[in-house]
Design a protein. Structure first.
Lengths: 324, 324, 324, 324
């Protein structure tokens, strides 16, 4: 299943080194002013090039295939594709039998019996997050009145992200990080009591982002270490406003009108320049692998806009399910 | 949406003080030996009564309504209901206008415009997890050859769970905890590259359990604080076996054949005997609320079997999607 | 899949001779006044007892399990069950190896490898339509302002239904019939351009009714024999009102505000008292089968209220997807 | 919803005069040999140009965007697009306020509040069936061992299709027709007892084809006019083979191993050269409309390959749900 959503439903397709990657949004409301340029600011934030990201930049030019007419969404499925630029697929031939530790090389090979496109990670590539960002930029327009903002709050165990990246660069290694996403202006009452709780929907989307290892809402894992008398948020207004926000804006799976707070843990970039041990799938021998090329030292640097995107996609779908 | 799944699809229904709660499993394979007694061991583990749980016990007697014939599943939808026992609903009238901090009282009222059944938390009650446990016990049978086992690894911030509970009992307060669930014997290749990653499916289900604030796989939030050279698991056999297991058994959203490791954070029980501040919804005045009755000091004590259940449900659905 | 719908989602469960049959409605709006008595008029119309139907009557007593509180829907899943009355299952043992022509005996056996409950047709029984009728009675309340009415317009090839039934009774045979369902008061704009066209949704539901062999909208099969200049309905008002209604209220899969017209073809009751040829599945021998008991001469007599039900269910779901 | 399917899931997108139309197949098995050329024979059959079809031909060149690598399907989503050729959109400006009788002009306008792309029918255009044909050609490969073949069995009320078309050409009018699709080699046991009956799935897809007014299986509407003793198909072998095939290969919603027979009714092409009456949506005045250009006299001529496509899509999805 490469689709998700009930009313605002998104599907992604494409491989890293294929002709293009793309996303179809079904159920996007008609009449939203939209141009390809509107997607550029968020796409720019996802791009590499800054310190700690790979110097290999991609041109992320969105091309509307359907669903937009006269500068507005039509209500029909909206498809955006991104042509893949010049790629050097030859690099991957030598890796074909050497699954990189931490990557999906081996699981993709097993699942698809070797028929998967292995070039650049194929359909498992982080490249696909460009689709999420495009969909997120449009979802943000559906979430009128809601402000969503994510940032990297910790990298390599340090809140001084810059220092952490410098240290990793020196070591020739990679580091992980934690993204915090906050959203205000959300009406109370979104979400469902059971399987479509707000946390269920957001976490489902979050774990489709490559490299995510954990997610927490409000007090999160800290809640497990607190007492109820401290953790319960006192309600101080009929609007549902609370004095503290350990709930992170959600009770019983339903938004309570307070700020939504979600944090996601990003593992260190799997691609590193240091030698690693893996198995040669054709011979069975254990070998040392050195992955050449230039990689993101801290892929988490590029994830905040993706976190905003999946939050916006989730909220858009929940908003469109709201009646009255 | 109170349903989840692609092939093995479960739906829950019922309110805490209504006639019954129940679960329908659609897509359960035919020919599985099954009796109501088979569900009792897991149901027993969820029950209260032990130290740290409420002394008010429920009779959890499963009743098959459909889908079982001659001691085997038929392949038609399998519905199990649990009649609700004697309940004292009068207690809830006084709470009607006083939403309890940390509960879904206020969000349920807003979402359903006051038409929700507020007695015992209604459809938002932890009572509904009995349905998950029943479905999980059946899902475990679908997951033949897979062993799933969860335990409470930390409560109130201590690994000495017993000591933590004693302290909370003395304080008249409640505490949270962390559950770790591990599963072995899972074939490589389950899950989908994008929206139906193994983590997406499990987390979606996990956040339908009341009181869950976070989830992590393998190294989880710890991954954000490590370096890639440490985090990447060396592959040491063509089977995909790795030397370490920071991945928690999943790469690129697909199982890799190693042990699945998932941890979930449970907040402290919201119902506590101590006075709390809330708003009177009819007058708007801030008031002090004391919730009477006996409650679970640490609801996390009862969650391990629920964590196993949702893991089994997720794996059963993914297994049934596997071909060859 | 025993579930259908996007927002107003229904699931059925149960076997003819099991403890009960039932239906869960997920996504039913809160605040609808509802009692079990409200379902009785439609349930009564489905019952047997009249000329041409079996004299063996069932007690169809709906029992709300969830989703109704203080005489109103709560917004949580609404489950209704019907306990099965005294059934004589012994009758079916002799049929176990003799699949009845025209029934699902053989296909059920093949699909579920003999684990299906064969008694009374099990999950394939027409008994299950009581669930559709219950859901339909509730869906009609969701379809406020819409009037839905179906009738048997032809039986055994005659518009004089009474004469047709008398003839079939005399012959000891069974006959089929055609039901026409019309609905007025439907707003224009329901349905989706492609896979969820109004016709797609209604036909999907209609073919879950046992014994249905065909469906047509507006001019239906007659359209294939007409010319465009005759068939196109002239538009005579900005509301979309047309002079004729060959479209049956739908253009491009979307309601146009005119009367919805749908007709379904019901085959003759498969259970007849006359001797029939079938294969003995254990010996492979061809044998003559005589099905004892009393049967509906014309099951189509009982289908109009079921046709209304599935139309109401479809419209309720489409209405709840409409925004603005 | 512009998606359909459980495992083999297809989504369509695009407008007639937009950059392209396309289809994404999710859940297509890996390892199927596939090239763009493989789609051409079926695409050719859908094309216009023959007597009775419009002389305005489109170039239907399929372009794989994803899901194919080294001449085989990868198992990841497979997207095919068809660039739209030179279109003369200016023609449609004059029609903007004059909804054509029999078309979706008015319902599209109402549903999408005028934001729909009206050029060439936009997303409602028959052009979209090229996507179904492409998906069908791939689905046929999934349906290994199954032969699916459809033909036009009646046009304008005549089985002599040629004579009917000549008459319509002379009259400057359009005619409808009936397509019969037959499939052999289908294993018994496909389909679900209730909402996903084989008929439900096929009819759901069939009514997404523009201009379809009815569908019937096996004896179809004729069943309503027969007696049970004639209609029931005698079972003559343990394989489920029957002497007659009034069931059309389906009992209780499940395939029985006999030939699948389905017929669909296609209305006369709505676009005709004769003057028609409609309402001017901006003035409210009733006016006479003459639609210029050259149209299909009998669009049903181009539907057989589309009928095969939706049958193949339905069967592929049902086959992939079959276990063992």
């Amino acid at each position: 299943m490469n689709s998700f959503g009930t009313i605002f439903r998104i599907s992604v397709f494409g491989e890293s080194h294929g002709p293009a990657v793309g996303v179809t949004m079904d159920g996007c409301p008609h009449g939203i002013a939209l141009s390809e340029e509107d997607l550029l600011p968020d796409l720019e934030r996802r791009k590499s090039g800054a310190k700690g990201t790979t110097p290999r930049t991609e041109t992320d030019s969105p091309e509307f295939i359907s669903g937009v007419h006269n500068g507005h969404t039509t209500g029909a499925p909206l498809t955006v594709i991104f042509r893949n630029g010049n790629v050097r697929s030859a690099d991957y031939d030598s890796l074909k039998d050497m699954p990189r530790p931490g990557h999906a090389d081996l699981t993709a090979r097993v699942k698809f019996k070797g028929f998967n496109d292995p070039r650049g990670g194929g359909h498992f590539s982080g490249r696909l997050t460009v689709c999420l960002v495009a969909a997120g930029a449009i979802a943000k327009k559906v979430c009128e009145g809601i402000s969503i903002r994510a940032k990297l709050v910790e990298a390599g165990g340090l809140t001084d992200v810059d220092a952490a990246i410098d240290a990793a660069l020196t070591a020739g290694d990679s580091i992980g990080g934690i993204i915090e996403c906050r959203a205000t202006g959300i009406p109370a009452g979104l979400g469902e009591p059971f399987f479509n709780s707000v946390e269920s929907v957001i976490s489902h989307l979050a774990f489709s982002i490559p490299a995510i290892k954990g997610i927490e809402f409000g007090s999160g894992f800290g809640a497990a270490r607190t007492r109820g008398s401290v953790h319960n948020d006192s309600i101080i207004a009929r609007s549902g406003k609370t004095s503290t926000n350990n709930a992170g804006g959600i009770n019983g799976g339903i938004t309570n009108g307070n700020e939504l707070i979600v944090r996601i843990a990003v593992k260190p970039t799997s691609s590193i320049g240091l030698p690693q041990r893996t198995v040669n799938m054709s011979t069975g021998a254990l070998e040392t692998l050195v992955v050449l090329g230039r990689h993101d030292v801290c892929i988490a640097l590029r994830v905040p806009v993706v976190a905003e995107a999946i939050t916006a996609i989730a909220l858009a779908d929940l908003l469109l399910q709201k009646r009255d």
